[in-house]
Write a new protein. Structure first.
Length: 591
């Protein structure tokens, strides 16, 4: 949540360069934005409400500077206003600061600072930190930041500059901050995610929790905030390239990423078999295993519990990241937490890791972003290999996560080869399925239902969590009220919601659940519901049929794809921006 991008170099660059980098991070927060640049003896500061992506400017609007920072905001404390947008500064721009995260104890600190004469103009928690740093600032900015952070409770990634100081300080605890390095030019690019600076460098340093970086004209040094000792950091080359992080010929990232599923499944299962077998062994011998994720990743985890039950005959618990800490008493040494995440930075999942680690559990992270916090916190990591996912609605990462859990469940049963074969076939079927005719067939349905108020999705077995995931997908980009249910649960209450013409999607698999889910669809149809069947074969109960390949136990992977397309098309028809749905952000780094 919130995008940070900054430049520090020996040559002056236009502020517009940072604005362009920020645009690449806008999926992290897009309600307001701001930039600050050292400019002669002061700072040039510009803030605005709205999407930075739609901001048109002339290069001449901005100064050039050797030290520039920018922020795109996802509001937590304080409404969406120019004053609440970052950067925040103290009187006369003595201290200028941007922040991603939440300062939990900001009210107490504020009260104290007010008694010392500090005047606050915004409603944010961030402004409090700027004033606290000013309170301690006596010419050594790093020392003032370090002292201030000792008093802070909560999560943060911050960048700080001070007047007449020419140093840029970066620090993190719980929110990501990555430093792109161009050694040749002695340039640094600091961002909350790699795509912001991919066009400048692929050499990166990951700042860890409780670490601070100080950048000045002589280079960069790192310190541990707790021990006060200098630390050495490794420069890592990232594998993503700039093109992967661009929309290319597509109108939106969401459809680009949906169509990329022609290839991403293959890449997801391109794992080292020996590592998969080793992890499967850990799963088998673990005493208490939990699958943990949030939002879509949570639904994938729930699907995983069905894969393990069905294929490996192994019981695995599931909990959302935010709920997991309430179950930590069931974790002990020998337990295993499998976290699933696209970003590897979701705060609730990170808290679950913290809780599990404190009890001695081991962590397996299944993530897309290599070297993300989760990847680095884990004992074992499996990468999704899906390339950057920038649309807020997760699509290609979802199916890649499902594929890895599916593979692991086969490996737990000694059947890694069989699992891989099914997934290779599934990947080929998806490649055939994703063609313009398929999209057109779904678009006819989208046109038909674009004005409905509510819709429902039902599934059974491993397709029940996919019904929940389908609902999230439809909600977040189309804004249509959508709810997913276990097919058998409908008659216990929700069926009262069905009236004439209510669209209801049935996710059907060609397995033991088939006849029951068809019966559930028939019950809905008898009450006037309009049945959309997503199934390998047509059925007389369907009013509209969307064909999916018959891939046996891997059916959740293919059944969710037409819903992703439908959600995208509904968003476009309803004139929503599918890449940046209202109130949401791609990476949820606050609790
Ligand atoms: O990065 P993560 O996979 O940990 O993110 C978890 C959720 O925030 C995410 O899946 C969210 O629900 C998506 N917007 C859904 O499309």
């Amino acid at each position: 949540m919130c995008g940070i991008f900054a430049y520090y170099g020996q040559e002056k660059k236009s502020v517009s360069m940072v604005i362009e980098g920020l645009k690449k991070l806008e999926y992290r927060g897009y309600d307001s934005w701001g930039v600050a640049a050292a400019n002669q003896d002061d700072f040039f500061i510009k803030k605005a409400v709205g999407k930075i992506g739609s901001y048109k400017y002339k290069e001449s609007d901005f100064p050039e500077s050797k030290m520039i920072m920018g922020h795109s905001r996802w509001a937590t404390h304080g409404g969406v206003t120019e004053i609440n947008a970052h950067p925040h500064s103290t009187e006369n721009n003595e201290i200028v600061l941007i922040h991603n995260g939440i300062i939990d104890n900001y009210l107490d600190i504020k009260k104290n600072l007010v008694t010392k004469g500090h005047i606050f103009i915004s409603e944010t928690d961030t402004e409090v930190l700027a004033h606290l740093i000013q309170e301690y600032y006596e010419g050594d900015l790093a020392a003032a930041v370090q002292k201030s952070l000792k008093e802070i409770k909560g999560r943060y990634a911050i960048l700080v500059m001070a007047k007449d100081n020419n140093k840029l300080i970066a620090a993190r605890r719980g929110s990501p901050l990555i430093i792109g390095v161009n050694k040749k030019n002695n340039e640094y690019f600091i961002a909350s995610d790699v795509p912001a600076f991919l066009q400048h460098t692929k050499s990166v340093i990951y700042l860890d929790d409780n670490q601070m970086a100080q950048i000045d004209k002589s280079g960069i040094i790192f310190k541990d905030l707790e021990t006060d000792k200098q630390v050495e950091k490794r420069v890592i080359e990232v594998s993503w390239n700039n093109e992967e992080a661009e929309k290319g010929k597509h109108k939106h990232f969401m459809i680009k990423e949906i169509l990329e599923q022609k290839n991403t499944l293959k890449k997801a299962i391109d794992q080292d078999d020996q590592q998969i077998i080793k992890i499967a062994d850990e799963i088998k011998k673990a005493f208490g295993t939990y699958l943990v994720g949030c939002g879509t990743a949570g639904k994938v985890c729930l699907t995983g519990t069905y894969f393990f039950a069905e294929i490996a005959k192994k019981h695995i618990n599931f909990e959302f990241g935010s709920e997991f800490p309430y179950f930590k008493d069931f974790i002990r040494e020998g337990s295993l937490l499998i976290v699933v995440s696209q970003s590897g930075e979701t705060a609730d999942t990170l808290e679950a890791i913290e809780a599990a680690k404190s009890k001695g559990a081991k962590i397996l992270a299944i993530v897309n972003v290599e070297s993300s916090t989760m990847a680095r916190e884990a004992d074992h990591t499996l990468l999704l290999n899906a390339g950057p996912e920038k649309a807020v609605a997760s699509t290609k990462a979802t199916t890649a996560q499902l594929a890895i859990l599916y593979l692991l469940s086969h490996a737990c049963n000694g059947g890694i080869t069989e699992g891989k074969q099914i997934l290779v076939r599934t990947a080929a079927e998806i490649n055939d399925m994703l063609n313009p005719r398929y999209e057109e067939h779904i678009s006819k349905l989208a046109e038909k239902i674009k004005s409905v108020e509510s819709m429902y999705i039902i599934g059974r077995g491993s397709n029940y969590p996919m019904a929940l995931e389908a609902a999230i997908k439809l909600q977040e980009v189309s804004y249509i009220h959508a709810e997913g249910f276990a097919g058998g649960e409908l008659k216990h209450g929700p069926i009262a919601l069905i009236t004439k013409g209510t669209p209801c999607i049935a996710l059907v698999a060609n397995d033991e659940t088939k006849s029951d889910i068809i019966s559930n669809a028939t019950e809905i149809k008898s009450r006037g519901g309009y049945i959309i069947g997503i199934a390998p074969e047509n059925n007389e109960v369907f009013d509209y049929w969307i064909k999916v390949p018959d891939v046996g136990t891997a059916s959740p992977i293919v059944n969710i794809i037409p819903i992703q397309i439908l959600a995208y098309q509904l968003a476009v028809l309803r004139q929503n921006n599918p890449d940046m749905p209202r109130n949401l952000a791609k990476s949820v780094t606050v609790k």
